[in-house]
Design a protein around this ligand. Sequence first.
Ligand SMILES: [Fe+2]
Length: 294
Amino acid sequence: MNIAVLSDIHGNHIALEVCMAYLAKQDIDAYCFLGDYVGELPGIRQTMDIVYDLQGKLPCHIIRGNKEDYQLYGLGEGHPEWDLYPSTVGMLRYARQHLTQEDITFLAALPITDCIRVDGMEPIRICHGSHRAVKEDIRPGGSQNREIFAEVEEKYLLCGHTHMAMDIWEYGKTVWNPGSVGLPIIEEGSMKAQFMILHGEKRCGKGEWTPEFVALDYDIEYVIRDMREKGLYETAPYWSRVTESILRGKRTTQGRVLCRAMELCEQENGRCDWPEVPENCWERAYEDMKRGKI
Ligand SMILES: [Fe+2]
């Protein structure tokens, strides 16, 4: 029994296609997608279509992530008063423009947690952040780990969201994070598409899961060209520059740069309410990121 586990694609269909071509040559029995299908890169349509196509071919366990929740909350819709803040809301709007009503209905019906049950094997709890919140981080030694793991009945837990491949054993639970297909946080200059294959084997009548972490090279320059051709640098100027930096191996996140931009905005104006973050604050935060100050 082999289950392919993919998370945090973020619209990077070029990375996803490389993963799917690799997996097509493996003996895969089921697929598991841990959320964040949309986000920073333009291949939203292709990503959704790959997921739909697989559903018709093999058993698929599909849950939703925080990026899908933002769409369900309507953050990508309307609000002409937000036109002044393209770096903050541009990619949310882009995602909404490239999702159909059928996609929204599909995403709305997805659970935030599920359980993979295979005869004779230990069940596996799956989630994006945690079983209780799409935006909760599970990391080694995390302060919430004891509480989270006590609430989860299953011994095995699969999660995404941090964009870091992880193998954690704490409080009697085994937690695996496959990393991110589309935008992993990895060592400088070594961008790869990450995912995992879970191998289930029955040994002496007992079902055991063994993780195989996979990281594949792909054409980063092609992805950056695609971003440029699709107009992402106009749609979300600094957000997309940060995306490019991450693709080129910078260990940062859009969230971290956004926080810095909001801090600068607050220093200037006394307060800063999302998404009202001026582009000049984004510009300065982006420069701070480049200089390694954040
Ligand atoms: Fe993500």
